[in-house]
Design a protein around this ligand. Structure first.
Ligand code: AMP
Length: 493
């Protein structure tokens, strides 16, 4: 990795010419130094030029586009109550609800001292409050593609005055099959606009998308690397498939991990592992595409509050999660796509902190391990792990079904969008329980098999993965990202 990837920028936010109201919000966020992507992207976005930015979540990329967007829109800020004075001028598209929510929280914080309004729309929740907010008018709209199109169809969102568009995590949007939705949305936007495309990887597909929709973009790369953050210690443990649950319990206990994300390749695998961990006294819950939006948000909040020790996640559900100071991630399964490994372990060791990436590798995952080593261009430290934690219900992890699901049940290739919740939320779920180890799960979600809903549009709209639209992954071109995040100063407010 080059020095530039770890050397904090010496610039300050003052030199971008941002308005005092924005600078005040930055100070309140505790940011003192722009991250490398911010140092490079902010002036270019301010100049009005299109950008093709190579950056992963965790590099500070949200502020790198949000701050200059807010600055550029300030001339239109209006305190008028009239919706006509608050058309959508900036549209930020993200692949997942979690990322949309995080981006929206950031935009809201950065614009809080201005009269600019922002809103977020994503599927899986009631459309009405979103419609209400859109009717009152917002200048900055953050959206997942499917729900945005629903609002367009219902005429609650008008995109005719959008002058700035952000495609955030564009590679993941394509991976998830959103290209047709993106094309529909792009066709609704004015041709005269500024387009910013952010992507962790620049595959051929991404380049094609950029060539079609961007005009003479400035390419911004903070650090070219297919490698992983240097502050993350990576260890691979060779274990038998049937010992993996015991291995997770053992690693959590031996290392005293209080907060860990455990990655599984399938939704069913994630549910099953969470259930097994609970039986072994680890406070765990699963987040994946079959859980309602409310359940996912509640799980995430409970995890952030420290009430859940192990968040068992699939790649789609975990995409874009920003959990500050996450000490470790465990790969229960090695991902089928090596690129996902880099995304997964990027959940730890953020903002300059150190982290551990612990991966379990069974004999039938050696190919995946080789692919990862090829991608990151170095061998990983492989150790043998003797599992001596007795695990109850062990046989579940050995069931032949698991083998099948490992291949077929992968969420991104999965059977499509999540079933619609009938507004049940996560009431009575395990997230609300007091923080102590329990012996039995109370969330009956874990004992229910996965049932895809009748394929209605309504059901479709709650998920991020469109049915029948899942594009095959392109070979990886490059994984780019900056890991030189300055340490965030704590704020008193
Ligand atoms: P992002 O890559 O946009 O998801 O940002 C990752 C995390 O870094 C978020 O928690 C941001 O609030 C934080 N962050 C963004 N910019 C800075 C900065 N200049 N200094 C410190 N933290 C930052």
């Amino acid at each position: 990795m080059s020095d530039t990837a770890v050397t904090p920028s010496t610039e300050t936010f003052d030199q971008f010419g941002l308005a005092p109201d924005i600078l005040k919000a930055i100070v309140e966020q505790g940011y003192t130094t722009p991250t490398p992507i911010q140092a490079q992207a902010i002036p270019v976005v301010l100049s009005g030029r299109d950008v093709m930015g190579a950056a992963q979540t965790g590099t500070g990329k949200t502020a790198s586009f949000s701050l200059p967007i807010i600055q550029r829109l300030l001339q239109h800020a209006s305190t008028s109550a009239s919706p006509a004075r608050h058309p959508v001028r900036a549209l930020i598209l993200t692949p997942t609800r979690e990322l949309a929510d995080q981006v929206a929280a950031n935009v809201h914080a950065y614009a809080k001292h201005t009269a600019l309004r922002s809103a977020v729309v994503f599927g899986g929740v009631d459309m009405n409050p979103q419609s209400e907010q859109l009717r009152r008018g917002v200048e900055i709209l953050i959206a997942t593609p499917g729900r945005l199109l629903d609002h367009v169809q219902q005429k609650t969102a008008n995109l005719g005055q959008v002058q700035m568009l952000v495609l955030d995590e564009a590679d993941r949007m394509l991976d998830m099959g959103f290209l047709p939705d993106l094309q529909r949305i792009l066709n609704l936007l004015p041709k005269e606009r500024q387009t910013l495309l952010f992507s962790a990887t620049f595959s051929g597909e991404i380049k094609k998308l950029a060539a079609t929709y961007l005009r003479n973009p400035q390419t911004i790369e903070v650090a070219r690397s297919n490698s992983t953050a240097t502050n993350v210690t990576q260890t691979v443990y060779e274990v038998a498939e049937g010992d993996k649950t015991g291995a997770v319990v053992q690693l959590i206990r031996e290392r005293g991990l209080k907060q860990v994300i455990v990655f599984c390749n399938s939704k069913i695998g994630a549910s099953r592992l969470a259930r097994s961990l609970e039986r072994d006294g680890v406070v765990a819950t699963a987040i994946h595409g079959d859980r309602t939006q409310n359940e996912r948000m509640q799980a995430l909040d409970a995890f952030k509050r420290g009430e859940i020790e192990a968040l068992v996640a699939t790649d789609v559900a975990a995409r874009g999660l920003d959990i500050v100071e996450l000490p470790a991630v465990i790969n229960f399964d090695l991902p089928f796509n090596a690129e996902d490994y880099v995304h997964r372990i990027g959940r730890t060791g953020r903002a300059g902190a150190s982290g551990d990436a612990l991966s379990l590798c069974s004999p039938n995952e050696r190919k995946q391990l080789a692919d990862i080593e090829k991608l990151i261009k170095r061998p990983l430290d492989v150790q043998r792990l003797t599992v001596d934690v007795p695990v109850r219900h062990h046989h579940e992890e050995r069931s032949p079904r698991r083998e099948r699901e490992g291949r077929e049940g992968r969420e991104e290739r999965g059977s499509g969008r999540r079933r619609a919740s009938s507004g049940s939320g996560a009431g009575g779920s395990s997230f609300e329980r007091p923080h102590h180890h329990r012996q039995a799960p109370v969330d009956d979600f874990f004992s229910k098999p996965y049932e895809p809903s009748p394929s209605s549009r309504k059901a479709d709209e709650v998920a991020d993965v469109p049915v029948n639209k899942v594009a095959s992954k392109q070979p990886l071109a490059a994984l780019l990202g900056g890991f030189g995040m300055p340490v965030r100063k704590s704020t008193s407010s």
